[in-house]
Design a protein around this ligand. Sequence first.
Ligand code: N01
Length: 542
Amino acid sequence: MTATADTTAAVEELDVLVIGAGFAGIYQLDRLRDLGYSVKIYEAGSGLGGIWYWNCYPGARVDTEGPLYQFSYKDLWRDWEFRELYPGWSEIREYFDHLEEKLDVKKDIRFDTRVTGAEFDTERDQWVVHTANGRTARCTFLVPCLGFAAKPYVPPIAGLESFRGECHHTAWWPQEGVDLTGKRVAVIGTGASGVQVVQESARDAAETTVFQRTPVLAIRMGQRTLTPQDQDEIKAGLPERFAYRGDTFAGFDMDFIPRNAVDLTPEERTAEYERIWAAGGFRFWLAIFQDTLFDPAANDHAYAFWRDKTRARIDDPKVADTLAPMEAPYPFGVKRPSLEQNYYDVFNQDDVHLVDISENPIDTLTPTGIRTADGAEREFDLIVLATGFDSVTGGLTQLDIRGTDGTLLRDQWAGGVDAHLGIATANFPNMLFVYGPQSPSGFCNGPTCAEIQGELIVETLDHLLRNGHTRIESTPEADRTWSEHVAGLVEPTLFPLAKSWYMGANIPGKAIQSLNYPGGLPSYRQQFADAKAEGYAGFTIA
Ligand code: N01
């Protein structure tokens, strides 16, 4: 990308520079501005929304119920209604317009301003931050709010450059959109993004071919348009649901059933499965029996229920074997189970084809299409790379951020992340990241985390600035202890058994570790509160 030089300003001096104008960044800007600090957001995109600015591919839609996918503070929810239970990206962008109307944030955001790097000035205890358009800022505190999916992953597929049709990664989708009508579309990747594109493509395109390496275990969304009566009920219940979401594992209004699947009779178990399945959404994942993500036997029960529900919708047994095999391809729920509306049904259409690339890998892209190892060549007009992200850490490590000893953050973390409380790392003082590595981030509903973890960071910054502190840095010991704590929490779970982005295993060569805090939001809040009560234990403050 070429950046237009921004030569309008001299060096901008700030208390806090926030990177990213998604939920987390907007919360930081608004709260810190209220407290009287000088703060700005630098945002690479041209509009608000963060992930919802970049991810505008066909079918992009949130997997959280809309009413819970919004801020609870400042009564911003009182005059906002999502039209669908699971809103699509354009409706979510309307929500960000609503935030602008209420909070007037844009005046303190520099759009089209991609941060490229930063170094710490130890003389003045300031970050010196650089952007692609030639701007420089000096700030006491740097607060990256990059989200966990800020660095798209494009696998090294042979011949990628030779393809002469259109080819887009889902997270670099053209803002003006791409009309699928009448096209021959290939979708590579079947995570949440792939599932959503396939559903749209199956409706609009002439032919859709899905290249699947590992089956996604997608669950029933239960999408619906919300009626005026729904809206009234939602409004009435929201304060309670907002209050509850901070006490749940993942920041939703649901939590695990405090019973073990293995202790129940088959009839009791099935009755519960049917109940949560019918309710839809993430309930068949985050409101399931508490042993599901720990005990292989419990997990097998959940998988068998999912498999039977799913296979019943697929006409061709061979296709069913690829999409929903009799044996679990990995434990249920340890790769993210996307929500689907008609994903499995579309494979019954004559114009939707499935290629199992675990058996028959992609050999190369050609100028006109894709050749697989069996020699078959298929022609396409559009190839969609739904191949995911260098998640959680990639957004930070792609920047040239240098610590006090000159080390780049990506080099410091090359062998794995150590980040005290998931907000800071030694050698990089005054940089506190929201929704970052080793915090609840990818395991937590975004707006919940932006508010709850975000407020903990706002309080920390306010404490420092109000008391004239100019420097905070986590100690290497505290970073290591937190990492060991995270590793200890994930070890008894089934998460390490799948090659997922949760474990960094989707990127060749990336260190394998839990990138999110697996202890749940309440435990995370408690640990933060304990550290704070002990005068920010694990940090040196000057
Ligand atoms: O990415 P993914 P995503 N050759 O990493 C395949 C959030 N999100 O963008 O499983 C062929 O899940 C890869 O195969 P495998 C959500 O948290 C939310 O879909 O590694 N295929 C996989 O199928 C989600 O979890 C929403 O074998 C290759 C796919 O690409 C996260 O973002 C919507 C390959 C990547 O799946 C990421 O989702 C979208 C290769 N070389 C995203 N490399 C909603 O809320 C990778 N793949 C709705």
